[in-house]
Unconditional design. Structure first.
Length: 56
């Protein structure tokens, strides 16, 4: 697979993980560490997303 296609695929996966994390944060049923564990995102990334969501 060419490098550009790999990068696009990886960006798509990251976007999907972020969208799932945002939904879980909005749902409020999971802790931030659990969301990080479920999505594979770092706790720092989940915390930053949480801060963004609560200030909107």
């Amino acid at each position: 697979m060419c490098k550009i296609m790999e990068e696009c695929r990886d960006e798509g996966k990251a976007e999907g993980k972020t969208e799932i994390a945002a939904s879980l944060i909005k749902d409020g049923m999971y802790s931030l560490p659990r969301i990080a564990e479920l999505t594979g995102l770092s706790l720092q990334a989940v915390d930053q997303l949480h801060q963004k969501i609560i200030t909107e």
